[in-house]
Design a protein. Structure first.
Length: 544
């Protein structure tokens, strides 16, 4: 009898250990949540795939817009943790036929409802949807109305966009990256193809006219770059109280146009290229921008994705030093000497222990050069003891489909952060009978305490609080955060700023630097709730 009990206990321990080892950090739940959209047909889709987090009806449950590329795009409305396709209900079926590569949201007229802009492949390389980009105005949370922009910007190959208030007038402005017009080839002395020779469109800067319209001002502001832009982000790199501009260009190895930092010279209406002196310029295939104060020193660092070597630019007083290889998160090679391809690299505190972890969406893209692998799974790293630890094998996010844009949000209000990661459709996936659809990765980790901050601009500030900074201070460490006006690859994450507290029940200090120069501080805020703070200093707990 004793032997039987011992044997049974032994078997139980083996099963328990096995189950413990196989528990993943995230669980893919898109089917259970109602995300049933499968791309029709078998198009060779390379671009598209941005994800935009937006609360369309102000109910506190964050919705999202799925950029479908050559296929239809979808508005997924969050109904208390489940999603419904309400594209037609909100009048967005009028976008059928647009080749939408990305989308970004802002309340451009400060009326209290979130509007958004689509970046579409209008024309380029003699293809595209032949349509001008549009702005979608939110009508009281019930529907969207198209505002045409053809009198402001014409047809282009628009890949992504970002919002920010560059002239600090209280209204959000829009920067739009513009891609390839025509593609040539680089040849060696024997006539063999060895690289790319693209002609690119000019990027655009739309300056908001008090919420009533926009004027295109890229040239006068000095940001009309023609480097085949794929990603851009407004961010205050030097902590001087205005929004600078980061820009990533594709094909840098061949065009000799690399990453750019445009320093905002406010109060002058101009930017200055400081890429070289800041050591940010790299001649790469720039894909996505991921800001995050990973070292908790009170300034923002940036993870930059690429075909091949990714970069983590550590910020030291506005000068940048790449430390990605030091942390083994450069992800240069996927197999032997074959390059991997990274798209969105997003920092967030996945277990609310007080530091930032890293999710990288990955996916093959057909290239002449460099040589890239087809099997290229997403990656996930936990930051612990000043190291990024590769937890991809147990993450549950290591899908080998071709991911592109990704975003972070707490879609189910359970007090942790989840990942929405978009997939584009490629023939090899169809041949392998893979389910090529958007993925939602629900967070399954044991969580520490946390706090969320929702900023609201009033009067002379843009309502989204773009350009405003929040400094979280806990146990002699600091972490700086900004509201996301467009990051990753053609995507935008939640506008709520989350900070992990670990076992602490209170946040010791919170400091807000508003774009108009004012500031507010708060002490000992209780954990596990979201606070809304407006620019007048009024604080209230959110009900959701």
């Amino acid at each position: 009898m004793q032997k039987v009990i011992v044997f049974s206990l032994f078997c139980f321990l083996i099963v328990f250990a096995s189950n413990s080892q196989t528990k993943t950090l995230f669980k893919e739940v898109s089917d259970q949540l109602g995300i049933n959209y499968l791309y029709p047909g078998n198009d060779f889709q390379m671009a598209g795939g941005g994800v935009m987090i937006i609360d369309v009806n102000n109910d506190g449950w964050e919705d999202f817009f799925q950029s479908g590329g050559v296929f239809d795009s979808k508005l997924w409305v969050n109904v208390k943790g489940k999603f419904e396709d309400q594209t037609e209900k909100y009048g967005l079926d009028v976008l059928s036929g647009y080749f939408i590569q990305g989308a970004t949201t802002a309340d451009f007229d400060n009326d209290g409802y979130s509007d958004f802009f689509i970046s579409n492949y209008g024309i380029g390389m003699s293809r595209g949807d032949k349509k001008n980009p549009v702005l979608l105005k939110n009508i009281k949370g019930e529907r969207f109305e198209i505002l045409k922009l053809e009198d402001i910007i014409g047809l282009g190959n628009y890949t992504s966009a970002c919002w920010g208030d560059v002239n600090k007038d209280g209204f959000s402005d829009l920067y739009i990256t513009n891609y390839v017009e025509s593609m040539g080839e680089m040849l060696d002395s024997t006539g063999r193809e060895i690289g790319y020779n693209p002609v690119c469109y000019e990027n655009k800067l739309l300056i908001n006219q008090n919420g009533k319209g926009f004027i295109e001002c890229a040239k006068s502001f000095g940001v009309n770059d023609i480097g085949c832009g794929l990603a851009a982000s407004f961010t205050d790199i030097d902590n001087d109280g205005d929004q600078d501009l980061l820009l990533l260009n594709d094909f840098g190895e061949w065009t000799k146009k690399g990453n750019i930092i445009f320093r905002n010279d406010f109060p002058k209406n101009q930017f200055t290229d400081i890429s070289e002196q800041s050591e940010f310029s790299k001649l790469i295939y720039g894909m996505g921008i991921g800001p995050g104060d990973y070292d908790r020193d009170g300034d923002l660092d940036y993870y930059i994705t690429n075909i091949g070597q990714n970069f983590l630019f550590k910020n030291t007083n506005g000068t940048f030093h790449d430390v990605a290889k030091d942390f083994k998160i450069d992800l240069t090679y996927e197999k032997d000497s074959i390059f991997g391809t990274s798209w969105s690299g997003l920092f967030f505190d996945s277990d609310f222990d007080g530091d930032l972890d890293l999710y990288v969406s990955k996916g093959n893209v057909a290239t002449l050069v460099p040589k890239t692998t087809i099997k290229d799974a997403n990656k996930f790293f936990i930051y612990d003891s000043s190291k990024f630890i590769n937890q991809t094998a147990i993450s549950g996010v290591d899908d080998i489909l071709s991911h592109r844009g990704s975003a972070i949000t707490d879609f189910d209000h359970d007090g942790d952060l989840d990942i929405i990661s978009s997939v584009v459709k490629l023939p090899w996936g169809a041949f392998a009978n893979k389910d090529q659809k958007l993925k939602i990765y629900q967070n399954e980790q044991e969580q520490g305490n946390w706090i969320g901050i929702k900023l609201v601009g009033e009067k002379d500030l843009n309502r989204d609080a773009f350009g405003c900074k929040v400094l979280f201070e806990q146990d002699s460490l600091k972490m700086l955060k900004e509201v996301d006006g467009g990051t990753g690859h053609a995507s935008q994450s939640t506008s709520i700023l989350y900070f992990g507290l670990g076992k602490a029940s209170n946040l010791q200090k919170l400091s807000i630097s508003w774009l108009n120069g004012k500031s507010h501080s708060f002490s000992n805020l209780k954990s596990n709730c979201i606070y809304q703070i407006d620019s007048n200093g009024k604080l209230k707990k959110c009900k959701y």
